[in-house]
Design a protein around this ligand. Structure first.
Ligand SMILES: Cc1cc2nc3c(=O)[nH]c(=O)nc-3n(C[C@H](O)[C@H](O)[C@H](O)COP(=O)(O)OP(=O)(O)OC[C@H]3O[C@@H](n4cnc5c(N)ncnc54)[C@H](O)[C@@H]3O)c2cc1C
Length: 464
């Protein structure tokens, strides 16, 4: 069968690209080797982790937060099997939803492992053998895989990646998380709330590398109040299974005396790497750099007609970045002007409280020599936050000192992941801190803290 577009990989990059291309009148197929659609995000990433984060937050609230509101429920009991069923049902509903969307848009799902056998040709190895299909455009959306620690074998039982950490049969008594990035802190939070003692080991001297330094420091203090322990500026030298569990030998990153941490489970969460195995890129001559596929500003590789989007190319490894690239590429293939604004891609850490960011950090602005003003507002001074006993955190708005254009917004707080989007919309339209400050916000809402922080840029916050 000949197609206009064959997309390899049905994650958020691939299936969204396929749907947009079909909407624009193209004949489209998606190749996926997994038994279900949705990729990392829906099967073993964003969606199952959020299901467990929400459920574990409810468990923790029932035990620790509700009595202060006058809701006395007694000590909650953990039904791990039901919690995992909630996660599995959520995943199933989402992956089935993608199957429905492909059908609705008349997209063929070619099940199996794809290889680009020649320019304009994809060969698929499925249960019924191999078949070759012609395509005018081939889109690689094969995503990413867990990055491994040299010498540490992941068995997904006691030494786990994020995938194993989503399926533990019971909360470990002690959990070591290697890596203080988003995935480590989210999954660490799940098991901390369900009773695990959690120690996070991080090579750098800070958590959430790449995020605003003040936000990271403040968030670390909040996590420490929740019982997290941190071993920053330490590297993991060895992880060994013991009779009782697992031990990790850690050393100061700058050199010095090693120490041994004992645990029931070690979660390796040091990042992800682009996944291109089996695609035949070398034979085809597709250029890669540090494992990622090299593309131009139109997502095209150095081989005409072969494109790449999502985790497999440069940029933040985020589902919504992959989706937006999928839409932009499909529109470009249809002769339209698809575009992704990489300056306005929000990032959220779905912990409690949440951390949400969009745009530049203070460190980035300083390094670029940009003069900026800062407006800050704490949730402690927000009436709605007090009414909800959710007063941890603050909003920080960074605006250009000359033009007042908003360059970055950083929020730690309950619902930060929803609130960040008013900043994203404002920034997409090139808005100023004054635009945000003069936009009427409903009272009482947590979002008023965003407005007050914007007012703070001109030193005119009312409620602090
Ligand atoms: C635990 C965890 C939590 C996360 N949470 C979030 C979050 O909250 N928000 C967020 O934005 N991002 C999150 N992410 C990241 C997010 O999952 C990725 O950024 C996103 O899935 C990337 O989409 P993609 O389409 O590029 O690739 P993927 O989702 O990785 O999909 C690629 C697909 O290609 C298939 N494939 C690969 N090679 C072949 C081949 N040769 N033939 C056929 N099929 C092939 C794979 O089986 C896979 O299904 C999380 C990731 C993890 C691991």
């Amino acid at each position: 069968m000949a197609y206009d577009v064959i997309v390899i990989g049905a994650g958020p990059g691939g299936y969204v690209c396929a749907i947009r291309a079909a909407q624009l009148g193209m004949k489209v197929a998606v190749v996926e080797k997994r038994a279900t659609l949705g990729g990392t995000c829906l099967n073993i990433g964003c969606i199952p982790s959020k299901a467990l984060l929400y459920a574990s937050e409810m468990f923790h609230e029932a035990g620790h937060g509700m009595a202060a509101l006058g809701v006395v429920v007694g000590a909650p009991a953990l039904d791990m099997a039901s919690m995992m069923k909630h996660k599995d049902d959520t995943v199933a509903a989402n992956v089935n939803g993608v199957a429905f969307l492909l059908k609705k848009n008349k997209i063929d799902w070619l099940q199996g492992e794809a290889r680009i056998s020649a320019p304009g040709e994809v060969t698929i190895k499925g249960v019924n053998g191999e078949a070759a299909h012609a395509a005018k455009h081939i889109v690689i959306a094969t995503g990413s895989d867990v990055a491994r620690l040299p010498g540490v074998e992941i068995d997904e039982k006691v030494i786990v990646s994020s995938t194993g950490a989503l399926t533990l049969a019971a909360p470990p008594k002690k959990l070591i998380v290697v890596g203080a990035g988003v995935i480590g802190l989210e999954l660490g939070s799940v098991w901390r709330r369900l009773g695990a003692e959690v120690t996070v080991v991080e090579y750098l001297d800070r958590i959430l590398p790449g995020m605003d330094g003040e936000v990271a420091k403040s968030f670390q203090r909040i996590l420490e109040k929740q019982g997290f322990k941190f071993q920053l500026a330490h590297k993991v030298a060895k992880v060994e299974k013991t009779g009782a569990g697992v031990s990790a030998t850690i050393e100061p990153a700058a050199g010095g005396e090693a120490k041994v941490l004992e645990a029931d489970v070690v979660l390796v969460a040091i990042g992800r790497r682009a996944y291109t195995e089996g695609l035949g890129l070398e034979a085809l001559g597709v250029a890669t750099e540090r494992g990622q596929i090299v593309i131009d500003s139109h997502f095209q590789t150095n081989v005409p007609g072969v494109y790449a989007i999502g985790d497999v190319v440069r940029g933040p490894m985020l589902a919504h970045k992959a989706e937006d690239e999928g839409v932009a590429l499909a529109e470009q293939l249809a002769g339209q002007a698809g575009h992704v604004n990489y300056d306005v891609i929000p990032g959220v850490v779905y912990t409690s409280p949440e951390v949400a960011v969009v745009g530049k950090t203070e460190e980035e602005l300083k390094a670029a020599g940009v003069a900026y003003n800062v407006g800050k507002f704490p949730f402690l001074a927000n009436g709605r936050a007090r009414a909800m006993r959710q007063t941890d955190g603050f909003v920080k708005v960074l605006a250009d000192a000359g033009s007042d254009k908003v360059l970055g917004v950083h929020i730690i707080g309950f619902g930060a992941g929803e609130m960040i989007h008013e900043a994203a919309v404002l920034m997409e339209f090139g808005g100023s801190a004054e635009d945000l400050a003069r936009t009427c916000h409903a009272h009482p809402t947590l979002s008023e803290a965003v407005k007050e922080a914007a007012m703070g840029v001109a030193k005119r916050s009312i409620h602090v």
